[in-house]
Design a protein around this ligand. Structure first.
Ligand SMILES: NC(=O)c1ccc[n+]([C@@H]2O[C@H](COP(=O)([O-])OP(=O)(O)OC[C@H]3O[C@@H](n4cnc5c(N)ncnc54)[C@H](OP(=O)(O)O)[C@@H]3O)[C@@H](O)[C@H]2O)c1
Length: 174
């Protein structure tokens, strides 16, 4: 088990939808900024955070935006022949978190659906950052309900963009 604090970070619509056809069905600059800040910021300036993602989420990032800067990127794949430029890779979530060494401060699980599901089942998570987007988008990928396991809800602020309201929450154990 990793000694690092591990968090999930996700944006969901009103029905816990997170994706459609390999993409996120909305584009909210304020949420992208929040994601960047939360996943990049460290208390110790000599350390970086690690972001762990599934191969399909890596594929969904435009080439010029990957690897995500100032964070150690790790891609999960079962295909040992795959190569991801600028990222580490692992063939299981356990192996992924064990690759985080002393220079890593926190670990963020950044999707997609299959990786979130496995992280909730297999890892001892410190918390879940959820951006609740006030939209009923057309989705084919969903995030599980976590309120029961992480009942302590903190609002970290709300925003509105192009008529779409959204609010940032951190869910933790009691
Ligand atoms: N709204 C949000 O916050 C958010 C965030 C991230 C992603 N998304 C969306 O989520 C969707 C993608 O989710 P997804 O569930 O389809 O795909 P995914 O979780 O991103 O990637 C799935 C792939 O990860 C690899 N994988 C999964 N479990 C593994 C394991 N235990 N060990 C090793 N490799 C493993 C496999 O890659 P191989 O096939 O290479 O073996 C699998 O095909 C997209 O629509 C994306 O835009 C939304």
């Amino acid at each position: 088990m990793s000694e690092h604090q591990v968090y999930i970070i996700v944006a969901v619509d009103q029905n816990n939808g997170i994706g459609k056809n390999g993409q996120i069905p909305w584009r909210l600059k304020g949420d992208m900024k929040f994601f960047k800040e939360i996943t990049t910021k460290t208390k110790d300036p000599s350390k970086q955070n690690m972001v762990i993602m599934g191969r399909k989420t890596w594929d969904s990032l435009p080439e010029q935006f990957r690897p995500l800067p100032d964070r150690v990127n790790l891609v999960l794949t079962r295909n040992a022949d795959s190569k991801f430029e600028g990222a580490l890779q692992a063939s299981s979530l356990q192996e992924a978190v064990e690759l985080a060494g002393a220079k890593i401060e926190k670990i963020f699980i950044i999707g997609g659906g299959s990786i979130y599901q496995q992280a909730l089942e297999q890892l001892d998570l410190a918390g879940v950052y959820i951006t609740q987007v006030d939209l009923a988008a057309d989705c084919d990928t969903y995030f599980p309900e976590v309120a029961e396991k992480f009942p302590h809800e903190t609002s970290l602020g709300e925003m509105e963009e192009a008529g779409i309201a959204y609010e940032f929450f951190l869910y933790e154990r009691e």
